[in-house]
Design a protein around this ligand. Structure first.
Ligand SMILES: Nc1ncnc2c1ncn2[C@@H]1O[C@H](COP(=O)(O)OP(=O)(O)OP(=O)(O)O)[C@@H](O)[C@H]1O
Length: 621
């Protein structure tokens, strides 16, 4: 029987209901009276026809007669500890039925810098397309029990680590956010969420490493949204075209930023927190108009953000939360200067005065050291082994000479077509090394009767987005991609990832195969290996062994032969399957004095063996 996080919702409706209706949550809701005494409260159109009976929260004792328009009570710590931006009870300004306040769905954010009270907040859940679900469902032959994740080893280091939670109900996220969690069909927190959310709600900086597809997006979005709901309003800026977001989420690719924005909008629906996205390749004017309508959370790619900062259309002066998704990628040689510029050389509050969260599935120690520049007394969290792939993905490596790759691919795709359902192919993501290689392979596949499309940095943004949509919907079930699609993209029905060309960097491999086997579902990954990939043999062997995969004898031989030649990023670091992954605990990083952690510096740079992956920032941004 297929059981996954999302599937578990069917049997856990009651617990979800209990979550949203728990007395503590209800008590935290404030029904804000209208400003100006007797004037009737504005109810936005999307709330007008709602019945307030079952969903209407009890008025909060905390709200008091003059609850609206006043900052919430910041002094009272939340059960989770409370961030430095206020630990008081959360006011659920936009919850259905709580529209009696100033602006209803807009709540206290019905001002410049939040939802404009004239503006109708589009329902981000209305696009959730269930029509293809039935077709795809039967392709998912097996899944794992969510509870299997309970055994995953978790390491935390740092001072006074807040304890993890087992349920969303244990955390004071607020009723509106809880309602959205229910709408997302999240029944219980994933392991990274169980640990990371209380840490962030406790106001602590965080470096978190957890496997691909394990729910990191929500792990940083929930505390940010909740913190903004709980904290003081942002500045009112009249007559200025500069906007002052309270939170900044940076990601390395346009598509990932778009996806995070879509997710965050769902989590923030009717909370009064407005999320805006800005990324390169799309007309800036539309994004400027969007920003002008108000923004609490800005999701952006670094290049476009720098542009907005230089035009003085965005100021980071009031940033309280900074999240870097795919943080190791954001701090590698391609992006680091831009990130330093944004974080250290513009007007963002320094570390210690903002809360910083770094997330990724991989975190090389060199990058951890760099990242520590951005963090203040942080907690390191590793769910599973740093840089490990999830056991949910069945990995195979085939020895395929360069000249045979296309015919091998053809065989694989034919095999899938035969096992497809309703004449439909499972979604297959094929990674290649170059943009030209992607175009050429796509063309060849189409010529041979396999509907394929491609995504890479030379395509226009419109083409990229169209390709992704066509792939997601199943209309074009094969996507040929460069590394631009390697990280973060959450495409639910990818059944097979094929590394037609292997990457040079094992961490890139981990992210690529992580496009399948997500959210508790199983997946399959096949890699074509030949002599040109020798330097990856050892790392690949170790990775596969760690995730209990069968390692072919010939690969083990390659691995032994190259044991002495490989270096830097091609090698797995850490040795033991679990333990010692926080670089602060690694003796090799504490030698030599200097820096916060006694790191001598100088060993990370162009010569560190970190040159494997692309540094073509423009293709990513
Ligand atoms: N608590 C939960 N219950 C059920 N599903 C969840 C839960 N949290 C997240 N998910 C789902 O799991 C999927 C993967 O989440 P997400 O994209 O955040 O993973 P990730 O860890 O960021 O992956 P990557 O490392 O590839 O970026 C998404 O479809 C998301 O909606």
């Amino acid at each position: 029987m297929r059981t996954s996080w999302a599937d578990a919702v069917a049997t856990a409706d009651s617990s979800a209901a209990a979550t949203s209706a728990s007395p503590s949550n209800v008590a935290a809701v404030s029904v804000a009276p209208s400003r100006g005494g007797g004037r009737a409260a504005y109810v936005p159109p999307h709330l007008r026809n709602r019945q307030s009976s079952s969903e209407s929260p009890a008025p909060s004792p905390a709200a008091g007669p003059s609850g609206a328009g006043q900052p919430p009570a910041f002094a009272a710590p939340s059960p989770a500890g409370g961030s430095r931006w206020g630990g008081g009870p959360i006011r659920d300004v936009g919850r259905p039925g709580s529209a009696g306040g100033r602006g209803g769905g807009g709540g206290r954010h019905s001002r410049i810098g939040g939802w404009d009270r004239r503006e109708r907040e589009a329902n981000p859940f209305s696009n959730d397309d269930d029509t293809t679900e039935a077709d795809f469902d039967s392709q998912e032959t097996s899944g794992i029990n969510f509870d299997a994740y309970e055994d995953i080893p978790v390491e935390t280091s740092g001072e006074n680590v807040p304890p993890p939670v087992n349920t969303f109900a244990e955390i004071d996220l607020g009723d509106a956010l809880n309602e959205n969690i229910r709408r997302c069909k999240y029944v219980k927190p994933t392991p990274v969420q169980r640990h990371a959310i209380p840490i962030s709600l406790g106001g602590r900086d965080l470096m978190a490493c957890a496997q691909t597809g394990s729910g990191k997006t929500a792990a940083f979005c929930f505390p940010i949204i909740s913190g903004i709901m709980r904290g003081p309003s942002g500045p009112r800026q009249r007559g200025s075209r500069t906007v002052y977001p309270l939170a900044l989420i940076l990601s390395p690719t346009r598509e990932l930023s778009i996806q995070i924005h879509e997710e965050a909008r769902k989590f923030a629906y009717q909370t009064g927190v407005r999320v805006v996205v800005a990324y390169g390749g799309a007309p800036i004017n539309q994004q400027l108009r969007d920003l002008e309508r108000g923004v609490e959370i800005l999701v952006a790619t670094p290049g476009r953000l720098v542009d907005l900062l230089e035009r003085a259309r965005v100021s980071l002066q009031h940033i309280r939360y900074l999240a870097l998704d795919e943080a190791d990628r954001m701090l590698d040689m391609g992006f680091e200067p831009q990130i330093r510029r944004i974080v250290e050389q513009m007007d963002m509050p320094p570390r210690g005065q903002r809360q910083t969260m770094l997330f990724s599935a991989t975190f090389p120690k060199e990058i951890q050291r760099l990242a520590s520049d951005f963090l203040n007394n942080y907690i390191f969290l590793a769910v599973g082994r740093v840089g490990s792939s999830t056991d949910l993905i069945v990995q195979r490596v085939e020895f395929v000479p360069e000249s045979d790759k296309r015919s091998y691919l053809m065989d694989l795709l034919h095999g899938q077509r035969d096992t497809g359902v309703h004449g439909k192919q499972a979604l297959t993501l094929v990674f290649v090394e170059t943009k030209r290689g992607a175009d050429s392979l796509e063309h060849w596949l189409c010529m041979n009767g396999f509907p394929a499309t491609t995504i890479h940095g030379d395509r226009t943004q419109q083409e990229r987005e169209h390709a992704l949509r066509s792939f997601k919907s199943g209309a074009t079930p094969i996507l040929v991609a460069t590394d631009v699609a390697a990280r973060g993209l959450d495409i639910p029905h990818v059944a097979h990832v094929i590394n037609f060309d292997l990457p040079n960097d094992i961490d890139d491999y981990v992210h690529r195969i992580g496009r399948t086997g997500r959210a508790g579902k199983t997946g399959r990954a096949t890699a074509f290996f030949n002599e040109s990939n020798s330097s990856l043999a050892r790392a690949l062997t170790e990775l596969m062994q760690e995730s209990n995969q069968e390692v072919p004898d010939w690969l083990a031989r390659f691995s032994t032969a190259h044991s002495y030649g490989g270096s830097g990023r091609h090698r797995r670091t850490g040795g033991a399957r679990f333990g010692g992954r926080d670089f602060r605990r690694d003796s090799t990083f504490s030698r030599g004095g200097g820096g916060d952690y006694g790191y001598g510096g100088g060993s990370y740079g162009a010569s560190s063996g970190y040159g494997g992956s692309s540094v073509a920032t423009s293709a990513w941004d």
